[in-house]
Design a protein around this ligand. Sequence first.
Ligand SMILES: C[S@@+](CC[C@H](N)C(=O)[O-])C[C@H]1O[C@@H](n2cnc3c(N)ncnc32)[C@H](O)[C@@H]1O
Length: 229
Amino acid sequence: MTERDETGAGANIGRVRVRHRGRLTSGQARALTELHPRYVVEWAAVVAAGFPATAFGRDGPLAVEVGFGNGNALVAFAKAHPNWNCVGVDVYQPGFGALMLACEREEVANVRIVNAEATTFLHSLAPGAVRLINVFFPDPWPKKRHRKRRLVNAEFASAAVACLQPGGRLALATDCPEYAASMQETLAATARLSGGPALRSESRPVTPFEAKATAAGRAVAELAYRRVG
Ligand SMILES: C[S@@+](CC[C@H](N)C(=O)[O-])C[C@H]1O[C@@H](n2cnc3c(N)ncnc32)[C@H](O)[C@@H]1O
């Protein structure tokens, strides 16, 4: 799904080149051009002092959705939490257009997009900067030989816990039972994280990948963790 470039240093570290999957609709193409400066934060600004307040023009609790896809869950969260600053991180540019159009249409001003590999992004944040990280239906990579490509691994977990504030939450959902078990094993082994299987948050809209899973009769596993200490 993503490719690391030569600057990558270690598993999951490094910016990724965006690979376009599918065609952009004309609306998405317009969004990418016109709305880009309003919503997309360039990497130089992400790693500069003052981020994320500089990107939002204010301080506020920070929510990060990793791999937001078309952004429907991120828009719903941002609308329900207008005083929060909400960052979506992904490498799938057609989804940026869909999210920017939704923000424009629904007058959502508290969303910003970062085009980056998720673990790299989390590593770039100040310790304790984040109150909530959502990871909904990360690519399951079900084949054994591809599992090393999975996002939720020990490095992701330690980057997440480092940028979460004490009491901050990490929520995950997947329709791949083996990935759910691997996530639980990884997160149970991560210092300062506590949690496990959870109920589905009723406020989360059905995401496109969740809809596919449900239509195919696959059960969804929900996991919720909290940073302790
Ligand atoms: C299976 S899709 C799920 C999208 C959405 N959350 C949903 O439930 O419909 C996984 C998403 O994660 C993104 N993604 C995959 N690996 C990533 C990475 N290392 N960093 C950031 N985003 C990533 C993909 O581009 C894609 O948008």
